[in-house]
Design a protein around this ligand. Structure first.
Ligand code: LLP
Length: 414
């Protein structure tokens, strides 16, 4: 959905040059069509099997994007009361919400109980007991799944792997059976499912299938204990192609996952975040300076780790394109540096570009964990976001102002 027309990069039918002129930079630009097509890939692969695709809100939690997915019938995977309120404001159905996370606070559990979400994905015995006591005291019943840790290695970056032996996430699969039995005897608790999530940006099918087999073996053992589940939730983690990663065939993988749950006739839940929004977004930034030092050449741009922290945080690679192609101009190898006062503040290194001061660059595949991980570090107002639908554009988040930046603060009196 991002392509060149007459040497200018477009999002669908909108020129990125015009968008930058109109809305300024840094600017997040999203393609609606790209999100729709990613969404369809998941739902078509689930086909006639009872399912719910629960979008992982953390990947991109902007209201308009949640609204778009809610209209398509998405469920939502949330990890905080903030995400819960966003989903509700965006028109999401409470009955499609699953609540993950190792550190759910009491007020968060209480609010989710009040709303009546679909399922709490419980991550520890202590959380189970807290939830039981809260639900019971309110005369409510909490529908739960235990998130188990199937202890598989995923080959992804250590910061975003979650299903290995020493992860803080989930319940060791060896201990889960006993905890399910305990849960069955607790007041205020109704067991409805089982969940796992083994990590993010996984580009091979094998770890998903290993984890799913581990989950399904547990489903069988629970049945022998008289515990009958209604759904299995295989989490998210479906990788996208940022550079040269193998392209994960999501449709084939989901067919294989379906085949594993077909027999017991369980509903299939998935929690994709990145795979629904990453490729739909680009971060638009303007070249402020070209700078040459003894060490090399730098393109200094007006976006950095405050807008997109993935490159410095994970060593993540995002393609960086010149918005306007300059066929006559000699290209050079540049490091793309942000304005933030940190040595790690680079959007990319060693990229061949033909650019001059004032040009625009597009950092591609930035729709997931881009804006949602952005910060105000260096007192930088957060970027604006626009959604493109063919040749229509909607400002879905205005640029933060300097007043916004200081709005919650007070000076000392006297
Ligand atoms: N479900 C649970 C319980 C999760 O913890 C996550 C992501 C997801 C679903 C969605 O995973 P996805 O489909 O997006 O891979 N900030 C990192 C990614 C962190 C992922 C955290 N959990 C990044 O920028 O790569």
């Amino acid at each position: 959905m991002f392509d060149y027309r007459a040497r200018v990069l477009h999002a669908e039918s909108m020129s990125l040059e015009l968008l930058a002129q109109r809305f300024g930079t840094p600017l997040y630009v999203y393609s609606k069509a790209a999100m729709l097509s990613a969404w369809q890939r998941f739902t078509q692969a689930c086909g006639g099997h009872p399912h719910c695709v629960c979008y992982a809100v953390k990947a991109n939690s902007s209201l308009a994007i949640l609204q778009l997915l809610a209209k398509l019938g998405a469920g939502f995977d949330i990890v905080s009361v903030g995400e819960l309120e966003r989903v509700l404001r965006a028109g999401g159905n409470p009955g499609g919400i699953v609540f993950s996370g190792v550190g759910k606070r009491e007020d968060e559990l209480r609010r989710a109980l009040e709303i009546g979400i679909h399922c709490f994905n419980v991550e520890s015995e202590a959380e189970l007991l807290r939830l039981s006591a809260l639900a019971d005291s309110q005369g409510k019943t909490a529908a739960i799944a235990l998130r188990i840790n199937p202890q598989v290695e995923t080959g992804t970056h250590p910061h975003i792997a979650t299903g290995h032996r020493d992860a803080k996430f989930g319940i060791n699969s060896g201990l889960a059976e006993a905890l399910y039995r305990r849960a069955a005897s607790l007041p205020g608790i109704r067991i409805i499912g089982i969940a796992c999530h083994i990590g993010s940006q996984i580009t091979q099918p094998a770890p998903f299938l290993d984890a799913a087999r581990c989950v399904m073996a547990l489903v069988d053992r629970l049945l022998e204990n008289g515990i009958l589940l209604e759904h299995v939730d295989f989490g998210g983690g479906f990788g996208v192609r940022y550079q040269a990663e193998p392209r994960l065939d999501v449709s084939a993988l989901i067919s294989q996952l379906r085949a594993l749950v077909e027999k017991p006739g369980l509903k299939l839940l998935l929690e994709p975040g990145r795979a629904l929004v990453a490729e739909a977004g680009a971060l638009l930034t303007r070249v402020e300076y070209l700078k040459t030092t003894d060490q090399g050449r730098f393109v200094v741009v007006d976006a950095g780790m405050s807008e997109l922290i993935r490159p410095p945080l994970y060593g993540a690679w995002h393609e960086i394109r010149a918005v306007t192609l300059r066929p006559g101009m000699p290209s050079e190898i540049y490091d793309i540096a942000g304005p933030v006062c940190e040595s790690a503040d680079f959007l990319g290194r060693g990229r061949r570009l033909a650019v001059q001061t004032g040009d625009l660059l597009a950092v591609m595949d930035a729709g997931a964990y881009g804006f949602s991980m952005s910060s105000n570090y260096n007192s930088r107002p957060r970027a604006a976001e626009v959604l493109v639908d063919d040749e229509q554009v909607t400002l879905i988040r205005r640029r933060e102002t300097l007043d916004d930046l200081m709005a919650q603060e007070e000076l000392l009196s006297g």
